[in-house]
Design a protein around this ligand. Structure first.
Ligand code: NAD
Length: 260
């Protein structure tokens, strides 16, 4: 699994200047793929992340700024990449509020970034994959693509939506050497999750271990976070020949969450 079997392929990973996206980019680069990192910022450190991956893994790595809330920028990202053998739709945001209080602009932003962006990048990438004669569509959904929680209406709707989009993409590419799948993580240890711990400790008067076990990982039976490397390695597996007949489906990496 760790041989460099992706040499010569190019992977475009949306929302990849931190967290899961960066973890996936790093594992795909380790497997030999050239990678295109993305987010909506254009800072020196964004470009430095790409340079670091290139130096570490001996691949080509670029950072391309594109705002995944905008249809034309989603399509332009794939076009600017020049080729796109692997598209990883990972960019995502969250907002938590009861439905009557959920701000319309937050609903629209979550739908655009967490769901519609994947439609646009896939639409731009499929002709390139067909031309190249090989392709992988990997959508980072969530346990919330298969189950629900209160107060996360937009997120849960968008993640269920991306699971549906994955199925349709799998069917439309079933006769091509292309697969489309969604990875459904439970809680993953990312800077975003780490940042919630101090506030939650204060709110509930708990220590760090209690917050992790009783609050954050309440629904994750393993009581352990998934790691960004595990998510990255799942994406690498989906790119392998072993996964060539896995399409239009979901792979959960959730410590048993969706078995409950
Ligand atoms: P993160 O905040 O570290 O990563 C989100 C990425 O999306 C960042 O790189 C951010 O810059 C980018 N992004 C946000 N808005 C964007 C925009 N308009 N245009 C381009 N890029 C944009 O969070 P993460 O935890 O790594 O989440 C990555 C994905 O994994 C998301 O889709 C999230 O829903 C999903 N996920 C995360 C967890 C978890 O526990 N962390 C669990 C299940 C699913």
């Amino acid at each position: 699994m760790f041989e460099k079997f992706l040499v010569g392929k190019t992977a475009v990973i949306t929302g990849s200047n931190s967290g899961i996206g960066l973890g996936v980019a790093s594992r795909l680069a380790r497997a030999g793929a050239n990678v295109v990192l993305n987010s909506f910022t254009d800072r020196d450190e964004d470009h430095e992340l790409a340079a670091k991956l290139a130096a570490e893994h001996g691949v080509e790595a670029r950072y391309i700024k594109a705002d995944m809330s905008k249809a034309d920028e989603c399509r332009a990202l794939v076009e600017k990449a020049g080729r796109c053998d692997i598209i990883v739709n990972n960019a995502g945001i969250q907002h938590v509020a009861a439905i009557p209080d959920f701000p319309t602009e937050k609903w629209d932003a979550i739908m655009a970034i967490n769901l519609s962006s994947a439609f646009h990048t896939i639409a731009a990438a499929l002709p390139m994959m067909r031309e190249a004669g090989w392709g992988r569509v990997i959508n980072i959904a969530s346990a919330h693509g298969l189950t629900a929680s209160p107060y996360k209406s937009a997120y849960v709707a968008a993640k269920h939506g991306i699971v549906g989009l994955t199925k349709v993409t799998g069917l439309e590419t079933a006769r091509d050497p292309i697969t489309a799948n969604a990875i459904c993580p439970g809680y993953v240890h990312t800077p975003l999750v780490e940042a919630q711990i101090p506030d939650t400790m204060q709110k509930y008067g708990m220590d760090r271990e209690e917050v992790i076990e009783k609050v954050i990982l309440e629904r994750q039976p393993s009581k352990e976070f998934a790691t960004t490397d595990q998510l990255g390695d799942t994406a690498v597996f989906l790119c392998s020949d072993a996964a060539a007949q896995i399409t239009g489906t979901t792979i959960s990496v959730d410590g048993g969450w969706t078995a409950l």
